[in-house]
Design a protein around this ligand. Structure first.
Ligand code: ATP
Length: 310
């Protein structure tokens, strides 16, 4: 295979996501839970800059505590670059610079966004020329949320969350995000969900191994009406996340009190996503939260997936 090194560096931007709906079914033999989810990509981005190098390396900026992001093969972006190099039989390396904005271990798929961005950036830097379908296939091998970060927009994820189908979403949805300084481990939250289900008398393996997203969620997205969507946003992991972080419930209630239509924990948390009726309503909610000392971010969705920007 021949490679045309056309440029010195490639800059790719990839979005974080909110799970507008997240249904969790039973656990498969491989340990993964069956999921039916709706992802929405939102305007909080990871930037990944790839530069030619003989070896593979990563630098990270934008995090308060550098120790929270591994710089070795545990980093999803590093794994993405190496997977692409192997698949393309490319024998050089890459220096990846990751500028993070998505909170680490925040339930917003920041690591997955980095991996998707690294795939797109290295593909362009090395002149690999893989098709979107081939990149999607590599993304699915890296993690359930990575294909969505490539894809962006609004999409239904089934299977382990990695079988994606685009969902029609009209207009724009405004979200206020309340992030937490301390992340939450995704496996811990799933483990808590299994424990809560067992305590409820349902064996962790009992819930269905195949799930669908309820029709009203899809209708609400199609309508573009945030009030309608507010009636159907839902997260099966929320109870488990609140078990780990009870204060998140207060945050959701404060957001609703300040004018949000509804609030949920995003993915495995601890980020709280508050759905608002308009950009103005979102600003109002932010002001109300600030009165309680809660900093927040105003984002909107859906936005595009991983894209080269320079
Ligand atoms: P998940 O996709 O598992 O729900 P999340 O969105 O809650 O995760 P991430 O920020 O993606 O959270 O990272 C989860 C963990 O993965 C981190 O605690 C960190 O140890 C590890 N990790 C691997 N690669 C990255 C990366 N590029 N950025 C941040 N964390 C990473």
């Amino acid at each position: 295979m021949s490679f045309a090194a056309t440029t010195e560096s490639v800059h790719v931007r990839a979005p974080g996501k909110i799970n507008v709906y997240l249904g969790v079914g039973g656990r498969h033999d491989d340990g993964y839970h069956a999921l039916a989810t709706v992802f929405q990509a939102v305007s909080l981005y990871e930037d990944v800059i790839a530069r030619h190098a003989d070896d593979f390396s990563i630098t990270v900026t934008g995090v308060d505590d550098p120790d929270t992001v591994p710089l070795d093969d545990r980093n999803l972006a590093m794994r993405a670059a190496k997977l692409l190099a192997t698949a393309a039989e490319y024998d050089g390396g890459v220096a990846l610079e990751i500028r993070k904005s998505v909170p680490v271990a925040g339930g917003m798929g920041g690591g997955s966004a980095d991996a998707a961005a690294a795939l797109v950036a290295c593909d362009a830097l090395w002149g690999t020329g893989f098709t979107p379908a081939r990149l999607h296939e590599l993304a699915a091998r890296l993690g359930a949320d990575v294909p969505f970060a490539l894809h962006g927009g609004t999409a239904v994820g089934t299977g382990r969350g990695d079988q994606l189908n685009p969902a029609l979403a009209r207009g724009r949805f405004d979200w206020v995000l309340v992030t937490s300084d301390q992340g939450l481990s995704t496996p811990v939250v799933y483990g808590r969900l299994d424990a809560l289900r067992e305590a409820d008398g349902a064996l962790a393996d009992d819930p269905p191994l195949s799930l669908d997203v309820p029709i009203p969620v899809l209708q609400a997205l199609r309508s573009g009406d945030p009030e309608l969507l507010a009636e159907s946003i839902y997260n099966d992991l929320q109870e488990a996340a609140l078990h780990e972080r009870p204060e998140l419930e207060t945050t959701i209630l404060r957001g609703i009190h300040a004018g949000a239509l509804q609030g949920i924990v995003s993915g495995s948390g601890p980020t709280v996503a508050l759905l608002c009726a308009s950009p103005e309503a979102a600003q109002h909610v932010q002001a109300g939260l600030l009165e309680h000392g809660l900093d927040s971010l105003h984002v909107h969705g859906p936005v595009a997936g991983a894209r080269i920007i320079a």
